[in-house]
Design a protein around this ligand. Sequence first.
Ligand code: ZN
Length: 496
Amino acid sequence: MKILNKLQSRATELTNLNNILALLQWDQEVMLPVGASDGRASQFSVLSTIIHQKITDPLLGEILQDLNGVGEELSAADQALIRVVRREYEKNTKLPEKFVADFARLTSEALPVWVRARKQNDFAIFLPLLDEVISMSRQKADFLGYNDHPYDALLDLYEEGLTTAVLDILFGSLQKDLSPMLQRRISQQKSIAAKLEKLPPMEQGVQVRFTERLLAEIGYDFSRGRQDISAHPFTTSLGHNDRRVTNRFNPDSLEFIFSALHEGGHALYEQNIGSAYSDSPLDEGVSLGIHESQSRLWENVIGRSHLFWQTYYPLLQEFFPHQFKNISLDDFVGYINRVDPGMIRVEADEVSYNLHVLIRFELEKGLIDGTITAADLPGLWNEKYNNYLGVTVDSDANGVLQDIHWAHGSFGYFPTYTIGNLAAAQIWHRYCLNDTDCRQTLQQGKLAKIRKWLTDNIYCHGALYPPAELLRRVCGEELNSSYFIEYLKNKPEFSL
Ligand code: ZN
């Protein structure tokens, strides 16, 4: 079909341009000399403009128009290509050019102001700009369109098809179960071995080598990727055979281990997408939530389990004898699973984490439908932390100002973290139905077996199926919170 060829060649060009943009971004985070940032900003602006022109090209609109109603007779991959490109085209053309430019200007202005407000612990500094970001985000929702709730339009930007109504149900049941579970866990928890609280400093070079080994163990292919150092760990894709991860290494923190497994999970997903999708928009994880399910699966479900460390703790002790030789496996696993609700989302344990996200969801929903104003935020934030987590927030810097997302204008992003956690537990449950010896598989370090199942059922498809459909195909049912709650309830590591 000639018209389809036209779409394919435009999609290939866009994919390559996006990979070049990702290369510039990777370089900025990892390699760029400080003095070069101005030049880089103008390169970004030129390339982003070219990409924007290509994705909003009226001729692309005509091609999509001509493909309207064409479907059944096409392969699943061709149908998916049309779906994915149409989504991008609509996302970009529904917003007027002037609005996009104004929003970009506003958020680039808001970012340094947020940094200053956080540093000075003064929400009032950020309030006027935050107010504008919220009002423009509401406009954005109107431009994008929605059926029931304006927040739906923003959610869909990050998680295709996700709605406020679905989240109300998921978060409703999480809230009912997690708050009491949190209090129960804390009261049952043994005290932490003092030796673990203050480990002797770990040398950076050894940390790097350990994470390289760990990544190789879970199946990360270093001939088609690499690990570098950046201020915040991330995974990026520069092409079908180039999926890179980064990490950060602090001499006093074990965070590098879990960041390696987290980013490794994202990268495994992308490294195992079918090669037929090279250079196509299907050559990526289908949504942020499904992506996060894979990082969380490797980081938490697998990477914080006692079974996993039965194989890998001796390796850790070998790399860091001075730090771990006198610490037992049980103490180590108990420590990496300790439940300790605090003010900061990114430091949260598995039980508290989704309550942090729930609070952001409730606030964002209210801000976007107009039942909450920006000025209400600090008070509501602190009240909800108290109610849901039993945590007293000591300052706005450690409270409402802690995350960058609102300064970026990324309303609708937070819930994808919880989608990831819930889906990880649900997918793992499904895996164990298929591999009834899944505990033994994990205990014996047969990670390739797990990775193969994930590849065959999830990774190989790339963006072929919309997220909800993919989950239905893998799990035979819709996303729900019960598997995650069960997983937490039964997790033996909490009692170590
Ligand atoms: Zn992630």
